[in-house]
Design a protein around this ligand. Structure first.
Ligand SMILES: *Cc1c(COP(=O)(O)O)cnc(C)c1O
Length: 415
């Protein structure tokens, strides 16, 4: 391994960064190093232009006509196609709608209905909890459905796959450790056993170049307010491989998924294609903010994003271990950049207090119980110098014991 870079080398990395100009497209407060874009992405200038146009012109002036004239009605599929490019999906297979949790419900139901002779859902015991909560909810509506968990029922997902498994719900990048799974390999294993697979892309979309079509995946879901910068509560997405479209049945059969929503027929008739996953009226203002964010992504090459992401996270790990190694931090993320998403997690016995102290000093990451301090690196608006400066603050907090101040021990509602 090379030696630890000094400040001059870090500044040279910024100077050579092909994504450097993107930073100016985002609004970030003075004095803040924002390492939490994996929880809530930053706001770009584009987003405000879109929200303003949607509210002041289309809503206020055009009123109900805007559903047609401003294309509000088609936004879920139009924006879905544009998001699809970022996850390697050909057009017609991605739709923007609802929340990730709700989309998990719809997709799990659809997958189970496609494997009527099987009853097992496989998931990860250390998944983001809502994925498991939703799987429990789906199972509760289908007597006989069994949930098998990695880390609980067997050490690895691969060992849980057999001919009773209907569907595997799995994260491309783990929200806590940042571990990246091999999408093509696990998808092949699932298919060899006759099972379907749903990839949760919450921590992958906008963080790395996903190849959902090339991996032959069945379904995917994910959110748009993390690396994609769609804004707080921005609607989520669903991907379904085109080969499955005729077979999709999902129980949230609202009028937006109907074949003829404006015929106002009495009975439900599923629409064609990916529209089947729609349920009801979508949040237009949030959708328009997402459109602004996607306009920016149109200018971005995902290969460059991935290269910078690995370089940022590598730099952070090396600097933290060199300068803060004596203070009780243990790396929880894979050391090998190829096995890691765009975040780095360390365990610290007083992680909550350490993170609170960091945030007070302007270095915003987050804490995940029981002891993880988590730092997200978003290549569009984080540079190498930010990494350097964040480690300086972290080292100072640990060296001086500043985190021990009693006010940092008081838990807030959102960590
Ligand atoms: C962020 C995240 C979610 C969020 O779900 P919402 O329904 O949008 O609140 C779900 N799953 C994973 C893996 C996540 O990282």
């Amino acid at each position: 391994m090379r030696g630890i870079p000094d400040l001059a080398e870090v500044e040279a990395m910024d100077a050579a960064d092909p994504l450097r100009a993107m930073r100016g497209r985002f609004i970030l407060p003075e004095g803040v190093i924002y390492l939490d874009g994996n929880s809530l992405g930053a706001a770009s200038v584009n987003v405000f232009d879109e929200i303003e146009a949607a509210a002041k012109q289309e809503w206020a002036q055009d009123l109900i006509r805007a559903w047609n004239t401003a294309g509000w009605f088609d936004m879920p599929v139009k924006l879905g196609d544009r998001l699809g490019r970022l996850i390697g999906a050909a057009p017609g297979q991605t739709v923007i709608c609802d929340t990730t949790s709700i989309n998990i419900y719809k997709v799990l139901h659809a997958a189970l209905a496609m494997r009527p002779d099987r009853s097992v859902i496989v998931a990860e015991g250390d998944s983001f909890p809502t994925d498991l909560y939703m799987a429990e909810g789906v199972a509760s509506t289908r007597p006989g459905t069994v949930l098998r968990l990695e880390g609980v029922d067997a050490p690895t997902i691969e060992e849980l796959i057999d001919d009773r498994v209907a569907v595997i719900l799995v994260n491309h990048v783990n929200y806590k450790s940042g571990r990246l799974r091999d999408m093509a390999a696990l998808t092949r294993k699932a298919h060899d056993a006759g099972a379907l697979i749903i990839w949760d892309l919450c921590h992958a979309a906008g963080a790395l170049a996903v190849d959902i079509d090339g991996s032959n995946a069945d379904f995917a879901i994910g959110c748009t307010y993390k690396y994609l910068n769609g804004g707080p509560g921005a609607p989520a997405f669903i991907y379904a491989a085109i080969r499955h479209h005729g077979d999709i049945r999902q129980p949230l059969s609202g009028w937006w998924g109907h074949a003829r929503p404006f015929a106002f027929e009495q009975g439900y008739a599923a629409g064609s294609g990916i529209r089947r996953f729609l349920c009801g009226t979508q949040p237009v203002l949030s959708m328009r903010a997402l459109k602004g964010a996607l306009d920016l992504w149109d200018e971005v090459d995902m290969t460059a994003v991935r290269e910078k992401s690995v370089a940022l996270t590598d730099l952070f790990i090396r600097l933290v271990e060199a300068r803060c190694g004596a203070f009780g931090l243990e790396l929880e993320s894979p050391r090998n950049g190829a096995e890691r998403g765009s975040q780095v997690s360390f365990a610290h016995p007083h992680g909550y207090q350490v993170m609170r102290a960091l945030i007070e000093r302007g270095v915003i990451g987050d804490f995940r119980a029981p002891s993880t301090v988590r730092f997200g690196f978003t290549p569009l608006y984080i540079g190498y110098r930010d990494v350097w400066d964040a480690v300086e603050v972290l080292e100072d907090i640990l060296r001086t014991g500043a985190w021990q101040d009693a006010r940092y021990a008081v838990k807030e509602a959102v960590t």
